[in-house]
Design a protein around this ligand. Structure first.
Ligand SMILES: Cc1cc2nc3c(=O)[nH]c(=O)nc-3n(C[C@H](O)[C@H](O)[C@H](O)COP(=O)(O)O)c2cc1C
Length: 379
């Protein structure tokens, strides 16, 4: 990580953030086309031992640490990304139709806050194109998650009807589920009107889940939700999901808008529309994680935690609060790709020091039996 931080990052941070993201995906795509390169990198970066291995939704993950949706939006580089030491790679969000997303500029770095402001608005190549790409590519060496969302047709488009939004999700599921090890429905994009508000109406979520049950899903399905305002909202959400047979668990998205307490001056932030990832996203994500863990049927559901994971300590905290899998994205930008194997190594050490033979034994140990779970962040 030293070389990345001291040499590469200062150079990359001089260029526009979206442009650098594009370069990273292009480089990953080229690397992914070489089976030899992927297996050589994987041999150096793969997590060792069984302590980190975990089974979720019937899938075996060699480590709980995965790549969050939003980095590889159209599934161009998954085999190479997997080789960096991740236990899973979630690509997307992908919608039924291709979308250009929101107008640029739409990605901004906040180095003082170790954060990114993202207002992409779900640009992607569309489900059919991505399905063709995945059919032609080598399969990643770890479980592949495919994150699906309803098509963003742009700010000028008329609002889609309920039936059209649900049909959009169903079309993507049908098109892509054969290529996925698990599916994740993004029900909460903070940067599109449909994403922000659509599923606030419980009957819409029920209608979507009933349609999915009728479809008969062949893969585990996770629902990616925005952080909840309080315990009442968590309970209402779980009650709404309860009748659906197709749901394996939940993942936590970024909240919309800017959180309080950012160090970046307000005058700069005003020029950066979007939601904030990284460090400032951690606390709200952790609170939702622990509230879900306490209230959900733990025999039935599992949690994917993300938001501000930069270190093994951050990942371990989310695991102890209830996450069976943990994802990161912003840490790749600030720490470089070596952060993944660093987290894996150190996480194994943390588990061993606390007497856990397997990571699964640590899941949720700080969530139960306390009125308020400790949420302690490393810096
Ligand atoms: C640039 C960027 C793009 C993202 N795009 C998506 C997306 O398309 N779909 C989605 O479900 N989440 C998306 N996210 C949210 C991430 O998957 C993740 O939940 C969030 O960034 C918190 O993790 P982090 O703090 O490690 O970045 C995006 C985040 C960032 C920073």
């Amino acid at each position: 990580m030293g070389l990345y931080r001291s040499v590469l990052r200062p150079l990359l941070f001089r260029a526009d953030a979206e442009r650098v993201h594009g370069w990273a995906i292009r480089a990953g795509e080229l690397a992914a086309s070489s089976h030899w390169l992927c297996s050589t990198v994987a041999a150096r970066q793969a997590p060792a031992g069984e302590r980190l291995a975990v089974t979720v939704g019937g899938l075996r993950f060699r480590t709980p640490i995965g790549l969050a949706a939003g980095f590889d939006k159209s599934a161009r580089a998954a085999p190479f990304l997997a080789a960096l030491g991740f236990g899973h790679v979630e690509v997307g969000s992908i919608s039924a139709e291709a979308s250009a997303g929101n107008p640029p500029p739409r990605l901004f770095r906040l180095p003082l806050d170790r954060a990114i402001v993202v207002n992409y608005g779900l640009p992607n190549d569309g489900a059919e194109r991505v399905a063709q790409r995945l059919a032609a590519a080598q399969r990643p060496s770890v479980p592949l998650g495919i994150n699906l969302v309803s098509t963003n047709r742009g700010a000028g488009a008329a609002p889609a009807s309920d039936d059209a939004v649900i049909a959009d999700y169903l079309q993507s599921v049908q098109c892509l589920q054969a290529h996925a090890d698990y599916l994740c429905l993004n029900l909460s994009c903070p940067n599109t009107p449909d994403g922000r508000n659509f599923f606030h109406e419980p009957r819409r979520l029920q209608a979507l889940l009933e349609s999915l049950d009728r479809l008969g899903l062949a893969k585990p399905l996770f629902l990616k939700v925005a952080p909840f305002a309080g315990a009442g909202d968590v309970e209402a959400f779980l009650a709404c999901v309860e009748p659906a047979r197709c749901v394996s668990g939940f993942s936590v998205n970024l909240p919309s808008g800017k959180p309080g307490g950012l160090v970046t001056p307000a005058a700069r932030l005003e020029r950066m529309p979007g939601a904030v990832s990284g460090r400032p996203a951690a606390d709200r994500a952790d609170r939702t994680l622990v509230e879900l863990y306490r209230r959900m049927d733990r025999a039935r559901y599992r949690l994917i935690g993300s938001g501000g994971v930069f270190s093994a300590e951050d990942a371990y905290r989310k695991i102890r609060l209830g996450a069976s899998l943990v994802q990161l994205l912003t840490a790749l930008v600030y720490e470089g790709p070596a952060v993944v194997s660093c987290i894996n190594r150190r996480l194994a050490g943390l588990l061993e020091a606390d007497g856990f033979g397997h990571v699964g034994e640590a899941v949720g140990v700080d969530a139960l039996n306390t009125r308020r779970a400790p949420i302690v962040r490393s810096d």
